[in-house]
Design a protein around this ligand. Structure first.
Ligand SMILES: [Zn+2]
Length: 95
């Protein structure tokens, strides 16, 4: 089975599986908002990489006015852009 040309590989050392999750936190300086990506992970490594993201978050220095949310897990499989993901996981809605 041929691999897609833009296959993204899990960040965990030695894993090598396709990434299906993005672990990122929402960063803002009050004007600009963006996602700060910590890791891309496969399903197996998600918890490990999420823990690492939490640890990194604790060491991240923010200047006055900057805010950084807790790391969240985003769906990478659907190829949605960061801006589509800014709202985070959405509850199931009818229709
Ligand atoms: Zn992995």
């Amino acid at each position: 089975m041929p691999m897609p040309p833009h296959e993204i590989i899990c960040y965990a050392p030695g894993c090598g599986k396709p990434a299906v999750f993005k672990i990122a936190a929402r960063w803002s300086d009050g004007v600009t908002r963006e996602l700060k990506t910590y890791s891309l992970s496969c399903a197996d490594c998600r918890d490990v990489l999420f823990d690492q993201a939490m640890a990194k978050k604790g060491t991240c220095r923010l200047t006055t006015g900057e805010t950084l949310s807790e790391p969240e897990v985003f769906d990478l499989v659907r190829g949605r852009r960061d801006h589509d993901l800014m709202g985070g996981p959405k509850p199931n809605q009818p229709g």
